[in-house]
Design a protein around this ligand. Structure first.
Ligand SMILES: [Zn+2]
Length: 179
């Protein structure tokens, strides 16, 4: 059991996301981000499969075929596009990603920025979250709503080109303001 290391990883991630969310005025989401990681269903699995350099969910998948911790997590955290996967109102479409409320798209963006910072460490640049997204985007298919994907991708591109300060200001003033 790597309880201390796992706890430290969660706390560090939450701290980064909180700082980012506060900068754009998402105070409640900044405080509550990923809170279910402290629940036994997620925390104990995280301790058991702690890796240090990648998600314990991947190790759980390799061991048992699927990750119970992830299924618990994505069912409770609205900043994951996977939370929003549901049957389409149009029966011909089958299961699709529903359009996410903008405030959760912003939290998803912050989550990815924080994860890239942790993963890359001192080598992190503002381009890393975009590169990571584009590597996996083609596989998402209908699992993410096109409007949600376009907003996320646009913010990641802006971050890569204009940096954090300007992108966060844009989010504050243009994306979140009209709510
Ligand atoms: Zn999460």
């Amino acid at each position: 059991m790597k309880a201390i290391q796992h706890l430290r990883t969660i706390n560090h991630h939450k701290w980064l996301v909180m700082k980012e969310c506060f900068q754009v005025g998402l105070y409640k989401q900044g405080l509550l981000h990923d809170l279910s990681k402290y629940s036994p269903s997620e925390f104990l699995v995280g301790c058991r499969y702690y890796q240090g350099n990648r998600s314990p969910n991947n190790a759980e998948r390799e061991a048992t075929g699927y990750s119970k911790a992830w299924l618990h997590h994505k069912g409770r955290n609205k900043h994951h596009y996977e939370y929003w996967i549901d049957y389409s109102a149009n029966p011909e479409e089958g299961i699709v990603g529903q359009k996410m409320p903008v405030k959760y798209v912003v939290e998803m963006f912050m989550d990815r920025v924080a994860a890239s910072k942790t993963y890359k460490g001192a080598a992190y640049t503002d381009r890393d979250p975009l590169v990571y997204y584009e590597q996996g985007a083609a596989k998402l298919g209908k699992m993410i709503h096109p409007d949600t994907a376009a907003l996320l991708h646009g913010l990641l591109r802006m971050l890569a080109e204009k940096g954090e300060k300007e992108t966060f200001r844009y989010i504050r003033q243009n994306i979140l303001k009209k709510r």
